[in-house]
Design a protein around this ligand. Structure first.
Ligand SMILES: Cc1ncc(COP(=O)(O)O)c(C=O)c1O
Length: 348
């Protein structure tokens, strides 16, 4: 490991002992044929936890999102309404064009995500020519572009009503939906109930090494499976990884509030060292954004300096660095991170 404490992402975790044991002992089969019993168990559990009829296990959140998008739009030339900083419209913009044939009507709505008013106003961008037709609404929770803020379920309900009246489906990028649930107390299934399909990642805060699940109605699953194979996701004896996913769903959700408390302590500590860099009240889940331009530091220099002190962070926007707490970071790790910030700020 390059860093003594690595807060670049919650994807940097290594499998727990229980995961490694489960992986070694996993019963497997060829998932292309649908006969990997461990994959099938994980899919059943994901469907149960989200309240959906079925789920499909795929290698990445990106693949799960793209299958979700394309399932609803079916081909090229479609507009998806979403929040401007959402993952699909930023990191996955090119992927969306290539794999799903969609482009975005992206509304900068802010840290709570799209509101029902944004959706009502955004549904008919092209009243005169009927070329720019919104065929799908894509929501996200937590909001990764806004330091992991939680989008309210009440707004999801209001958006769903508009979507239904317009006859437009809703996809939810719930890569970190278990974090949203831990922070808000709203069950994952309640968020999921306001979307036709949702995806979540076991490979992020939940701590598994690999994998995401796309959940939705049974009648969409044959096409979801076809798209998974089309996108190169027929991954054979995937039960080795699914076994870790099952452990992640047992061990993970219950401990996410610890990550959230540590993120809050980290933000409060940095705010004491560099008051303008961080707003601790903006921390709702496991992410902290720090604006180093307030310290007169170039973000890439700041990353280098913090790295030399043993702390891994990542750039997220102009002048802004991201830190994400996760299962491999304990209280001592937060102390170490704060020590790194103290040393770097003292040297500026
Ligand atoms: C909100 C969100 N959606 C989708 C993804 C894509 O997941 P993956 O990196 O597994 O493709 C991420 C990854 O960070 C994410 O944060």
């Amino acid at each position: 490991m390059r860093y003594r404490v690595d807060l670049r992402s919650d994807t940097v975790t290594t499998p727990s002992e229980a995961m490694r044991r489960a992986m070694a002992a996993a019963e497997v089969g060829d998932d292309w044929y649908g006969d990997d019993p461990t994959v099938n168990r994980l899919q059943e559990l994901a469907a149960e936890l989200t309240g959906k009829e079925a789920a499909i296990y795929v290698p990445t959140g990106t693949m799960a999102n793209q299958i979700g998008l394309r399932l609803h739009v079916g081909g090229a030339g479609h507009l998806v309404l979403c929040e401007g900083r959402s993952h699909v419209a930023t990191t996955e913009m090119m992927t969306s064009a290539v794999l799903s044939g969609v482009t975005y009507r992206a509304v900068e709505a802010g840290p709570r995500g799209l509101t029902a008013d944004d959706v009502a106003a955004g549904m008919h961008p092209d009243a005169y020519f009927d070329v720019e037709v919104v065929d799908l609404i894509s929501l996200e929770n937590t909001m990764g572009g806004y330091a992991g803020t939680v989008a309210p379920v009440e707004e999801f309900r209001a958006i769903r009503k508009i979507a239904e009246s317009e006859g437009v489906p809703v996809h939810l990028d719930g890569a970190l939906i278990f974090n949203a649930s831990a922070a808000s107390g709203v069950p994952v299934a309640e968020y999921a109930n306001e979307a036709d399909t949702l995806m979540f990642c076991v490979s992020k805060g939940l701590g598994a090494p690999i994998g995401s699940l796309l959940c939705g109605p049974q009648d969409l699953m044959p096409e979801a499976r076809r798209l998974k194979i089309l996108f190169g996701g027929a991954w054979r004896q995937a039960g080795v990884m699914a076994a870790a996913g099952l452990v992640a769903l047992e061990e993970g959700p219950g401990r996410l509030s610890l990550d959230h408390a540590r993120a809050r302590r980290l933000a409060e500590g940095i705010a004491e060292i560099a008051p303008l860099a961080v707003d601790p009240d903006a921390v709702e889940t496991n992410m902290v954004f720090a604006d180093v331009s307030s310290l007169g530091l170039d973000p890439m220099d700041a990353i280098e300096l913090l790295g030399r002190e043993g702390l891994g962070v990542t750039p997220i926007g102009p002048g802004v660095l991201r830190m994400v707490t996760h299962v491999d970071v304990d209280d001592a790790g937060i102390d170490l991170a704060l020590g790194a910030w103290r040393a770097v700020v003292a040297s500026t």
